[in-house]
Design a protein around this ligand. Structure first.
Ligand code: KIV
Ligand code: ZN
Length: 382
């Protein structure tokens, strides 16, 4: 079994969600939770962006016990100096520096040339190396960068000392097969690639961030950059809880993470609450309906054997139990199960009568709660 490192960027890329800015104290609380969750790397912010972000990175560096703490920079000397200063108390600091590598970034954003971009990338990594051993290089918009140029720039930054190569699909455009092939191309063609870890950083504009990250690790990447609840600018980033559970539920992939999955739900709730950003009910792993069953056919199956309709034990992600929701689509098995939970043991004849009464009420209201059940049973004239 090989381990994939989890690089959490909830407090940097995730915090770029409009209206979800966090204060320093809340950032510290989330950082502590992420450290307990077991993330390998915690991207704490972009220190040069504001005095508040600088302070947060500084405070998180002092607080975090296990994870590497990382600060983002552009390929600009001053950014790197400021990040190094903010990270100076971190036990295991990492500087994350980089530059756009796609044609549109080189030509339109920087009005530059591929050669000059390589020079800037190498200069940035070399400068960061003066402060820390662990330097991650990002090739922004790698998803739309020609593989041959991407391989060249990766080779040069490895020579300059980069320990991690981040291959972002910044615009979320790649297909899983294409993204996986990009990682494989780098693995097969970059001289010195054994000296660095390839990292997946996928955005979710087409809903493919998780699939692309998994394809990346199947093709040789050994780090995934992700956020809790998949939050992030536009359609968000790869969702941490999804990639962690995919690797865990598919042991034949021979890849796992060091995440304590039983803390996933509480971490998701903390981030959602702190950012006032609700988790969609049908969100995989942590959504309110992820372990809820409401159709009669499914309920009957789950009550007989949970695995019939669930591929994850809810306890493994910190959810107490699966829920059987009572609606007009529920069957007798679900009704008997819920009645028993509140102390009513119904025989077959009684159940038939209660079920009739139940359907009348359930057609009137969306959901039947434990509070409604005693009245329904009473009205059934048993
Ligand atoms: O999406 C992206 O390209 C990024 C980089 C700054 C790492 O977030
Ligand atoms: Zn990003």
């Amino acid at each position: 079994m090989e381990f994939v490192e989890i690089f959490d960027t909830t407090l940097r890329d995730g915090e770029q969600v409009p209206g979800c800015k966090l204060d320093s104290k809340t950032k510290l609380e989330i950082a502590e939770k992420l450290d307990q969750l077991g993330v390998d790397v915690l991207e704490a912010g972009f220190p040069i962006s504001s005095p508040g972000d600088f302070k947060s990175v500084e405070n998180i560096s002092k607080l975090v016990k296990n994870a590497r703490v990382c600060g983002l920079t552009r390929a600009v000397k001053k950014d790197i100096d400021v990040a190094a200063e903010a990270l100076k108390s971190a036990r295991r600091p990492r500087i994350h520096t980089g530059i756009g590598t796609s044609e549109s970034h080189i030509r339109y954003k920087f009005n530059s040339t591929p050669e000059k971009i390589i020079e800037r990338a190498v200069a940035a990594v070399s400068h960061a190396k003066k402060y820390v051993d662990d330097v991650e290089f990002y090739a922004e918009d790698a998803g739309r960068t020609e593989n041959i140029f991407l391989a060249r720039i990766c080779e040069e930054v490895i020579k300059a000392g980069a320990t991690v190569l981040n291959i972002p699909d910044t615009t979320g455009y790649c297909l899983p097969e294409e993204y996986g092939q990009k990682i494989k191309f780098l693995k097969d063609n970059v001289v010195g690639i054994h000296k660095a870890i390839l990292s997946c950083h996928c955005h979710n504009d087409l809903g493919l961030a998780t699939a692309n990250s998994i394809s990346g690790v199947q093709n040789g990447a050994r780090q995934i950059e992700c956020t809790i609840n998949g939050i992030g600018e536009r359609a968000g980033n790869t969702s941490l809880e999804e990639v962690v559970m995919i690797l865990r539920q598919h042991p034949y992939l021979n890849l796992d993470t060091k995440i304590n999955s039983q803390k996933l739900y509480e971490t998701s709730q903390l981030v959602s609450y702190s950012m006032a950003m609700p988790v969609q009910p049908n969100k995989a792993i942590v959504g309110a309906n992820a372990f809820a069953h409401s159709s009669g056919i499914h309920q009957d199956g789950v009550i007989k054997k949970r695995e019939t309709y669930e591929i994850i034990d809810p306890k493994d992600v910190g959810v107490t139990e699966s829920s059987i929701i009572l609606t007009a689509r529920s069957g007798r098995a679900a009704l008997a199960y819920r009645a028993k939970k509140i102390g009513y043991e119904l025989d077959k004849l009684q159940l038939d009568k209660v079920y009739e009464q139940f359907l009348i009420t359930a057609d009137r209201q969306k959901e039947i709660s434990d509070k409604d059940l005693p009245k329904i049973i009473e009205d059934s004239n048993l």
